[in-house]
Design a protein around this ligand. Sequence first.
Ligand code: G3H
Ligand code: 13P
Ligand code: ZN
Length: 304
Amino acid sequence: MLADTHKLLWEAQRGRYAVGHFNINNMEIVQGVVHAAQRMKSPVILATSEGALNYAGMKYLYALARVASENARVPVALHLDHGRDVSIIKEAIRVGYSSVMIDASHESFERNVLITRRVVGWARRKHISVEAELGTIGGVEDTVRSRNILYTDPIKAKEFVERTGCDSLAVAIGTSHGAYKFEGRAKLHQQLLEEIRQKVKIPLVLHGASGVPLALITQAEKYGAKLTGVQGVPDVEIRSAIRRGICKINTDTDIRVAFDAAVRKVISTQPQDFDPRHILGPAREIIQRVVEQRMKLFGSVGKA
Ligand code: G3H
Ligand code: 13P
Ligand code: ZN
C-alpha cells in the first residue's frame, strides 16, 4: 500500500528532519529512488509532475509506484507535483495518490485561496492530503514557468493556511526550479523562513532544492553534456532550512543530471552496445547513489 504523506510529514516535523520528494518519469528512476530508500531505511515520496504524466501516463506511473511500495520495507508515498489542471488533480485523487499539490501560486491571493480550498474539499473525502503554494518559486518546468522569485509573506501565509485548510505549504524563500538556478550559489532567506515557521504550524515544503553536485556535472560534461554554469543549492543552506522547519524537500534536477551523465557515459564508451538494459542500468545505479546522499543530507536515514 502507498504510504500516507500526511503522516510522513508530521513525523518528520516532530523529528526535525525532512522527507525527500523525488520526481519520477520511468521505471529506472522509480527503482533507483526506492532502492536508495530501502538501503537508507528512509521514508520516501515519489512524485509525478503533469509533464511526467503526459509523458508516461498516470496509470503506468501509479502502477510503478504501487509495486515499488508493495515490495519495499520502507514507507513509499505517491504525490502529484505542481497540479494545475483540475482534471489531473481529480484523477490523482480518484486513483488513490497519497497526496496532491495544487499550485495556484501564479493566481491572485484570493483566487489561490479559492482554488486551493476547492481542492482540499475534494481530497478530504478520500483522506488525501493537499500541498499548496504561496509566493512564486523561480525557474522553468514543463507546465510551470516563472522568471522571478516572489518571496512568501509570513502574515499572508498564516491567513492562507487558515482559510484553505491545506495540509502542507510550499514556500518561496530563494530557491528556483531547474538547472540554471542562480548566478553564483543560492543563498536562502533563512530569516524569512523562521518568520513563516512562527506563524504557520503545518509542514513546510522546499521546492527547487537540487544541489547539482559538481561530480555529476563533470561526468556529464566529460561525455559531451553542456552544463557549465549549472548551480544548485548548497548543502549548508538545506541543513539550515531543515533546522528552521522545512520537512519535505523536492529534488528533480539532480536525478536528471545523474541520468544524463550515466547514459552519456555508456553511449560514449561502449558505442557497439545497443542493449537498453546496458544503457539504462547504470543510470538507475547512479540515481540510487545520488538519492542516498540526499537522504543523508535530509536526516531521514533510519527513520522508516
Ligand atoms: O518542479 C518540478 C519538476 O522539476 C518537474 O519538471 O514539469 O519538467 O516534469 P517537469
Ligand atoms: P529541482 O529542479 O531543484 O530539482 O526542484 C524540483 C522541484 O521543486 C519539484 O517540484
Ligand atoms: Zn517544484
